[in-house]
Design a protein around this ligand. Structure first.
Ligand SMILES: Nc1ncnc2c1ncn2[C@@H]1O[C@H](COP(=O)(O)OP(=O)(O)OP(=O)(O)O)[C@@H](O)[C@H]1O
Ligand SMILES: [Mg+2]
Length: 434
């Protein structure tokens, strides 16, 4: 793990490293920590950090832990064999940046709440997330498909998590994927024997499950008209009544919703209730399209390359300097999701040493084969292409669907028609691709 070095002194006043520890990832090997530790508290903090870092998607994370009222910050790096944690005692927020800046190849992830990008709109978005996370207001996230709305919803939830209260639930419901009747039972749950086929003991709905935490209503603009008034009512008084029950109970939850549709257009067309819109949109966070913040593309490129290689336990290739410029010149109708998918596809084709612009061209060609396969299942791609595409097939189909939706201005029915698949199949692909 050559890239892992003790942080060098920062230009600002950085805390000295208290511990540098390495853990083998192979569960067969005895769990041990190698390295230096200042004292038992630091060892305990590192243990806690190890557990926190376990949850990180790509293992290259900045984290913060509190042990005996002392806050520690650290950087966790991971390669295929082991995880290394560099730990600092910390007080002010600025130290987080110092620690981060002191380790080569690691970006400012954790304070960024998992959102990559330092463009002005992304910095503003992050500040807004931190602010709204502390407030009890419903948040509506707007942005084109693939801009990161779900990521932002998770960030709001995570940023609002109070360490003292422990983990609070985050419960998501995609309102585009379900018919009205199912939305109702999913949201409100049902009493014992409420309807034929229901579970005998009844079931708590998503709202109840989210008690004390966050409800994320994804694709909220797609909620059928007949459900809108029911949702409005529960948002007004937070009284939840299971289907088939007469007893309502108060449930406290934070509400975050998201849509890529133009809600004002739906309101004008009489397809979305204005009063519900007001209720959902205590604060509106708008995520800019990727083409409006192309300066984030190099950081996203770096991030997705590292994340993909870590996930697949392969060494990250060098990135040819032309690649970022090439990607920044693309239109990205599917936004960050599409960028990620293209990068991962290119990594599949790259020689393992260097990621080049040419790798994207070959990926695009393979992608067209795959899209054709989605539309016309009778066409069989060559065996080797299938093997390559196989792992990312869901992503590829997902990207094709997103492209079609974007091309049709968010209209999923028209997108399905254009792809010559049924609407329910389109929803399945959307669900699977998440
Ligand atoms: N700023 C970002 N930094 C890192 N990853 C991002 C960022 N924005 C989006 N992504 C990634 O892009 C993909 C799509 O993000 P997400 O699902 O949150 O988009 P969305 O806006 O909810 O899309 P849709 O409207 O289709 O539901 C995910 O893999 C997510 O992790
Ligand atoms: Mg989403």
């Amino acid at each position: 793990m050559s890239a892992l070095t003790t942080p060098k002194a920062s230009t600002q006043e950085a805390a000295p490293a208290l511990g540098v520890l390495a853990y083998p990832l192979d569960p067969q090997q005895p769990r041990f920590a190698m390295g230096l530790c200042a004292d038992a508290t630091v060892a305990a903090a590192t243990e806690a950090a190890f557990r926190t870092a376990d949850r990180a998607e790509d293992g290259r994370t900045l984290f913060s832990v509190t042990v005996n009222d002392q806050r520690y910050v650290g950087v966790c790096l991971e390669d295929s064999a082991c995880r290394l944690i560099v730990l600092h005692r910390a007080e002010p927020e600025t130290v987080l940046r110092d620690v981060l800046a002191s380790v080569p190849g690691v970006r400012n992830d954790a304070p960024s709440l998992g959102l990559i990008g330092e463009s002005a709109p992304m910095q503003r978005l992050r500040r807004e997330i931190q602010t709204v996370a502390r407030l009890d207001v419903p948040v509506l996230i707007l942005g084109e498909s693939g801009t990161g709305k779900e990521l932002v919803a998770r960030a709001i939830h995570a940023a609002g998590n109070d360490a003292q209260q422990g983990e609070r639930p985050l419960v998501s419901l995609n309102l585009a994927a379900l018919p009205a009747t199912l939305i109702e039972s999913e949201l409100f749950g049902y009493a014992p024997g409420a309807f034929t086929g229901s579970q005998r003991q009844g079931q708590a709905g998503k709202l109840e499950q989210a008690a004390g935490g966050t409800v994320f209503l994804d694709e909220v603009a797609d909620i059928p008209m007949e459900m809108q008034v029911k949702l409005l009512r529960v948002l007004e008084d937070h009284m939840v009544e299971r289907l088939g029950s007469r007893r309502a109970q108060r449930v406290d939850f934070r509400l975050v919703s998201a849509t890529n549709r133009d809600i004002s257009e739906l309101i004008d067309a009489g397809r979305f209730r204005l009063d519900l819109y007001y209720r959902l949109s205590g604060v509106v966070l708008r995520i800019p399209a990727l083409r409006q913040r192309r300066e984030d593309i190099p950081a996203l490129l770096q991030h997705f390359v590292e994340a993909f290689c870590t996930r697949n336990r392969m060494p990250a290739p060098q990135i040819d300097h032309d690649v970022a410029r090439h990607l920044a010149g693309q239109p990205w109708p599917g936004n960050v999701r599409q960028l990620r998918q293209r990068i991962e596809e290119a990594l599949v084709f790259c020689d393992g040493q260097t990621l080049r612009v040419a790798d994207f061209a070959r990926g695009d060609a393979a992608r067209n084969v795959a899209v054709t396969e989605v539309v016309q299942p009778q066409i069989t791609p060559p065996a080797d292409a299938l093997q390559i595409i196989g792992t990312d097939m869901n992503e590829v189909a997902h990207a094709a669907v997103l492209d079609a939706i974007t091309r049709n201005g968010g209209n999923k029915k028209r997108a399905a028609e254009q792809l010559r698949i049924s609407r329910s199949h389109l929803y399945k692909i959307l669900e699977r691709g998440r």
